[in-house]
Design a protein around this ligand. Structure first.
Ligand code: TRP
Ligand code: ZN
Length: 492
């Protein structure tokens, strides 16, 4: 029982509020989307999550996932109800300890109506009890939960959370995480951050992972399976945790020869981007069959296919570059995807230069020369590509070309100051393409709007004073790193 003594005036004001039901008129439902024009129903309105605590159990044999999600949030408006994005079957919801009404709506909305409405600016605890078979669920035609012979993987972009935890599913609402999952003994669980502890009981082993820095929902990953886990510390002092499925077959050696270089590559990238922003680094290679890699925060997801042609440090550089460009500094809206992919691709160009396999300028020249003016490549605007072309090759290659053009325009000193300053400027936050342009102008002291327009926003091939090559593809030699860099784009 909580008591407090109210001044007479406060008491009068309180009873006045209670006496006027009209005050409830300011309470309204939170929006079913956070307001991203590319994906109107992704994320939700009316609250901001600070922490997710997921306590789950998973049975690989049947693909059954069950448990509770405890969500700490703060309201940003007077709320009569609010949504979470979720696909599994919910049995109970409590808001601030009290059972709440809930219903499903649309493709993936869980609509929660608390017993008493929630005032703006207050702290709310939401507990969702749920279960389900994620592989049987789909929304908008997506079914991104990946079962493997010995487990499952949640790693996809932008849609991956709905299959395993309820969330405000948009990068604008980042939060910290505890991910605790029990699996049958002999099976491992991989997630973000650091493993806090494990415990065994009655044939089940529970893994407790913690991410102590803000993390976007799509960057939160879960892998269950039989893994070999390696731990080390980089020369620069970053703890590294990697995991390899015991079922990688012929790709096992090349996967380890690439991912075991994580510590070295994190330290190398720190030279360009500043201190590594998280408490651990690493990657995992499960026995999945899809082709891509994904920059899941601190624990990168790699498909074994990325290593089918031998070791591939380029894809490791790409995903590690995202830890600064995409994960530490996340996009504001999905239209800002260049903030992620342009820079992760450019990091691969810097690595190529470092390895003597073609300079960034040579790669830029090759991109410029290999797409004639009438190539559809130039119709994609990396600065606002539209949802259908969000991950088009042009966002990566034309996106990195724009960064080389910027480098040539402002000179190396300003350019590398921008590259390193950006993650510091927006640490653990969100930023847009416009924010980057503004920041680059501030650091370089130059007006850059013509350059940004030509390289990122016009649906035509830029006339390129900042890029040297103007010849046809035959006139520009293919850099040695080209094929490996392009192969890392093998999405799906
Ligand atoms: N962001 C991923 C990468 O850089 C690529 C990617 C795009 C992706 N769409 C995806 C990965 C969908 C998984 C699922 O490297
Ligand atoms: Zn990428």
């Amino acid at each position: 029982m909580h008591r407090r003594i109210l001044a007479p005036g406060a008491l009068a004001a309180a009873s006045l509020l209670l006496a006027i039901p009209a005050s409830a008129a300011s309470y309204s439902p939170g929006a079913p989307g956070i307001g991203d024009p590319y994906y109107p129903y992704y994320g939700n309105g009316g609250y901001d999550v600070s922490h997710y605590d997921l306590r789950l159990q998973y049975q690989p044999a049947t693909d059954e996932l069950a448990g509770t999600a405890t969500i700490l949030a703060r309201t940003t408006q007077d709320l009569s109800s609010f949504d979470l994005d979720f696909l599994l079957d919910v049995s109970e919801v409590r808001v601030n300890g009290v059972k709440a009404d809930f219903a499903t709506s649309g493709q993936h909305e869980l609509v929660i109506t608390p017993k008493s409405p929630l005032a703006q600016g207050t702290q709310v605890t939401v507990v969702v009890r749920y279960s389900g078979v994620p592989s049987t669920k789909s929304a908008y035609g997506f079914d991104t939960w990946h079962r493997t012979p010995d487990g499952a993987v949640a790693a996809d972009e932008p849609e991956s959370a709905w299959w395993w935890y309820p969330s405000n599913d948009h990068p604008l609402d980042k939060a910290t995480y505890d991910v605790s999952v029990a699996v049958p003994d002999g099976t491992q669980v991989i997630s973000n951050g650091l493993l806090q502890s494990t415990s065994s009981k009655l044939g089940w082993t529970r893994y407790n992972w913690r991410q102590n820095k803000p993390q976007a929902t799509y960057l939160t990953t879960l892998a269950v399976g039989k893994f070999d886990i390696t731990t080390s510390t980089s020369e620069g002092g970053v703890p590294v945790v990697n995991a390899y499925s015991k079922d990688l077959g012929d790709n096992d050696g090349a996967a380890r020869a690439s991912v075991e270089r994580t510590g070295e590559l994190v330290d190398w990238l720190s030279g360009y981007f500043g201190p590594y922003p998280f408490s651990s680094a690493g990657g995992y290679v499960p026995n999945t069959t899809t082709g891509y890699a994904l920059e899941t925060q601190t624990r990168v997801y790699y498909s074994p296919k990325q290593f089918a042609n031998g070791a591939n440090t380029s894809v490791v550089v790409h995903e590690l570059a995202h830890q600064w460009y995409g994960d530490d500094v996340s996009l504001k809206g999905w239209k800002d995807i260049w903030i992620n992919e342009g820079f992760a691709r450019y990091a691969q160009w810097l690595w190529s230069e470092h390895e003597g396999e073609g300079t960034a300028q040579e790669l830029a020249d090759y991109v410029y020369a290999s797409h004639p003016a009438d190539d559809a490549f130039w119709t994609v605007k990396p600065g606002d590509p539209g949802p259908d072309d969000q991950f088009d090759i042009a966002v990566y290659d034309r996106g990195a070309l724009a960064i080389q053009a910027l480098r040539n325009e402002v000179g190396d000193d300003a350019f590398f100051a921008i590259l390193k300053g950006w993650p510091k400027e927006h640490a653990y936050g969100n930023a847009s393409v416009a924010d980057f342009e503004e920041y680059a102008e501030k650091v370089s002291g130059k007006s850059l709007s013509a350059l940004f327009d030509a390289y990122l926003f016009e649906p035509t091939k830029p006339v390129a004073p900042a890029v040297k090559a103007v010849g046809a593809v035959a006139a520009v030699a293919q850099p040695k790193s080209w094929k490996q860099i392009e192969a890392t784009n093998d999405v799906h």
